[in-house]
Design a protein around this ligand. Structure first.
Ligand SMILES: NC(=O)c1ccc[n+]([C@@H]2O[C@H](COP(=O)([O-])OP(=O)(O)OC[C@H]3O[C@@H](n4cnc5c(N)ncnc54)[C@H](OP(=O)(O)O)[C@@H]3O)[C@@H](O)[C@H]2O)c1
Length: 318
């Protein structure tokens, strides 16, 4: 079953399954079952992060599915991310080691810088001042990257990547990098199509991983009246025409554009239906139409770190 997920070639010759399971907001008491279900259904790519607070429970599922013979470690592609409070170069290795311990793994397939902007080190993972504002650190993501590069040679990670970097930040990183990032994981869906960033990254051999592909309806800061991608009548019309669900169209929209896509679910039926996207394709006209829905709507604006010198979404950068 897993064989039907296309593998995309990374710029270092390795491959990544184009569809993976997201785990942000998946509660510790439900994520173990969700990851086990996903592996049984055929998912081989799991997207994790230290800051999601559930790596141990994800690791439990991976360990069990390897132990019961469903998969071998080599069959899986496991991503995690370096959180903002660990950007200082002397903290990078320890942060990765903690993530490996949490996941009960010897190596990661992909380790991303979660965000370009660093937060104050050595305290809470969301360090706040008295007025509830995040306390920043001015560590340069280029220095963080330099500390990550040796981890590849040591076999602790197979590939390195970035997340939430704008095109200027990608460009600046490439001017200093010895190990090239293989992906830039960014928010991407019909309301934020990322056409320019995708073109820019791909011109440098960097693939886009689309996060929040369904519009992240369970994001903690969602407000009544916010746009709701899964209920968009224009997308519903396309889905009805094809005989698929809106979620399946949203996932296929990424696959047909050559992006990697990581929808999150903890419900077995939705984990299964989100995987059932390999018996149809969107036409070029449908993709063009969906691209026209772009309205630069960010469901992840990272408002709490606005004002940070490395905030990626200020100043109209793409
Ligand atoms: N790098 C970053 O900064 C960053 C930021 C955001 C996200 N991510 C990654 O990307 C993953 C996906 O993004 P996301 O979690 O923000 O949102 P998402 O995948 O766009 O949406 C998840 C939500 O959609 C629901 N859902 C899933 N399948 C569905 C279906 N077929 N029909 C209707 N509803 C469905 C889920 O509910 P149920 O669980 O109840 O099914 C959940 O409420 C994350 O989990 C994380 O791994 C990375």
């Amino acid at each position: 079953m897993a064989a039907k997920v296309p593998l995309l070639k990374l710029n270092n010759g390795k491959t990544i399954p184009q569809l993976g399971l997201g785990t942000w907001k998946s509660r510790p008491n439900e994520v173990t079952q969700a990851v086990k279900d996903a592996i049984d259904i055929g998912y081989r790519h799991i997207d994790c992060a230290f800051v999601y607070g559930n790596e141990k429970e994800v690791g439990k599922a991976i360990t069990q599915k390897i132990a019961d013979g469903t998969v071998k470690r080599d069959d899986l592609f496991i991503t995690s991310k370096l959180w903002n409070t660990f950007h200082r170069p002397d903290l990078v290795r320890g942060a990765l080691k903690q993530t490996l311990k949490n996941l009960n793994l010897q190596y990661l397939d992909l380790y991303l810088i979660h965000c370009p902007q660093a937060y104050k080190e050595d305290g809470s993972i969301f360090p706040e001042n008295e007025s509830g504002k995040i306390i920043f650190s001015d560590v340069d993501y280029v220095d963080t990257w330099k500390a990550m590069e040796p981890l590849v040679g040591e076999g602790l990670v197979k590939s390195l990547g970035i997340s939430n970097f704008n095109s200027k930040q990608v460009k600046r990183l490439l001017e200093h990098a010895t190990v090239k990032p293989v992906v830039n994981q960014v928010e991407c869906h019909p309301y934020l199509t990322q056409v320019r960033l995708k073109e820019f990254c791909e011109s440098h051999g960097i693939l886009i991983t689309a996060y929040s592909p369904l519009g992240s309806p369970d994001r903690p800061w969602a407000q009544p009246g916010d746009p709701h991608l899964l209920d968009d009548p224009k997308l519903k019309a396309i889905a009805d025409k094809i005989g698929k669900t809106v979620a399946q169209v949203l996932i296929r929209y990424q696959i047909d554009r050559g992006n990697i896509v990581i929808p999150k679910s903890v419900a077995k039926s939705r984990i299964a239906s989100n995987f059932d996207v390999f018996d149809f394709k969107l036409s070029a006209e449908d993709i063009k139409l969906i691209n026209s829905f772009n309205c630069n709507e960010r469901f992840m604006p990272m408002k709490t770190s606005l004002g940070h010198k490395y905030h990626p979404f200020e100043n109209d950068e793409f």
